[in-house]
Design a protein around this ligand. Sequence first.
Ligand SMILES: [Zn+2]
Length: 669
Amino acid sequence: VQLRRFLAAVGMTYDRHLGMAAEGQRILRLAPELLAQHVSSTIRIIGSGGKGIATLTPWVGFFDLDSGSTPEQGLYVVYLFAEDLKTVTLSLNQGVTTPSRALGPSAGRDKLRANAAAVRDELGNTALFGLRSSQSLRSHGQRQLAYEAGTIAALEYVLERLPSEPTLVRDLARFLDLCKISVNSRQNAPRGADHGPGRSFERAPDTNRAFPQTLGRLLQVAVVEISADRWEVLEERLSGATLAQIALARGVTRERIRQVEAHATRQFSTILAGAKTLTTAWDDLAARCAVSEATLLDPHLDSTLAPEDQMHFGQLLLSMRGFSRLRGFSRTDVPGWWTSDQSRFRARAATAADYAPMEVSDFSQWAETAGLPANLPWKQIFPGHAGPIVWDSTVEAWVHVRGSLRDAAYIALTRRGSPMDGREIAGAVGAKSTRNFEEQLRRDIRYSQMRPSGFWKLADWNLNESKYTSTLEAAVAVLRDEGPQTAAQWARAVAARYPVSYAAVNQCLAHEEIGRWPDGRIDLVERGAVHADDTEPDRPPEIVTAPDLRVILIYRDVDDELLRGSGLGVSRYLTWVLGLRRAPRSRVFEVPGYGEIEIRRLIHGSTISSLRRFASELGAQMGCRLAIRLDLEEHVAAVGLACENHGHSGRTVLGDIDAPPPNPDQETD
Ligand SMILES: [Zn+2]
């Protein structure tokens, strides 16, 4: 049955003058069955109108089987009817028998009062909010005085005006909860301390031990204390509704709504004032510009209660405490985040944004430097084009809203770490027109274009002091740094580091350190790529080889270049046929009595060492022709005149001429 009907029925039908036969006695004895629906199965219900003789004050008690409490000892919840049966008081009470017997009525009551005070200390003001610490049974009976003394917390109801059933149910649940908390805290508390007389019946009160001020507990208090109507008005106000809007919807005056709100605010403030753990934690966090709900609310959730209601309640309390929902630059809320100072947050976020363009990881650092949590949902804070910066999903970095493409180019160049072709940057940042984009870069002092390659670099890159001294060095470095590449990638990357033509880069393929993978990509031989031998080049007419390849004859006209005395370029056929298939390689041929001739296979081509002194020795002049004869078996060479109709006198051959020179017109294949 309803609590309300039960209590009313006992109040109306109990009559101690009728002794144990009164209807009220019967109803009390049925309490375990009639009220079972209101409590859990671990609670034992006892209704009593006295044992053998009708009591002055009938009662219905609730005893937690887990704690082993009984009417004689321990803590329990009880409805006690006053002797005049005008009121019934719900209370958290204690077994009164033991102290009374041990100490006598008066000292026993002192002991009970001390015990009750100790329990109240433990529970704390918040848990006891709105409850009385005493009750009056309007009776002179010793037992009744002991009940009064043992009262820890109480709520008195006038039987003629009992509150609604939901209120009674809620109140009973609250008291059972208080009882459970108190019993648990006693069971978990350290035992064995030597308690002085007259203090606590189980242990000394620990004033430092705060009642668990979880959001769940506060919510339970608030639900009891604050009417649904006030609660609703407050929530509507906090979510932005005006007094007029709320008043209109309810058909009352604005002034009335203002009063309701003021009253509700006072009540919430009182609840918050009792929750020092919570408010201290929040006040400490208020200095931060942005705080997550996980930080603000999660530590204060009561694990035994549903989190949703507690979170919602916590959000309400945060609003009361001066926090507001964090707003991004588009003025929309950032879910899950709060601030106590919206404008300070914006200022700090703008400070961090100043460092754009930047990578995600850099932004986190700048945010922390600016005093903001790194894990804020930045894309919600800087959405679209509402703030100073925007997330560029093409380069995946933060860029300024103005000049976003140029900022993106900065990211692209920084990541590459070396100059880039204009078309490549335009592609990387998603620019539609390479020409227009390069025009923008040209006007931005952060960038400069290199000549003659036309590659773009960051202005502060000091590429004049290139660390490379040759194309090959840059070519090897690119492969070492960036791994296997296609010929085109490789040529671009090398040219970006060391501005030379793509053809010059391709010549590096001749170097023995550089090879190819089976898929054609170029890589370092030391990593397993295979160096490709030269393919046989076409034989130029000025080089003649004997069929057995023992002798090679090279014809060379005497010209300015030869007479200047530097090394001379020769056909790659010569080095190929000499077996110089990789660069760098060389072979030396002695011209007995006159010196040496060196044939070299270099990265950039094949050369023969200076022929000037031989020309001079032979008296050759501009327009004459030299023949150089190489003996591949003996490693010796001879140099002779091969002019026709010049009528040279004197020596016409230097060196070994044992073998006859082959005919220059012969075909060797
Ligand atoms: Zn000549």
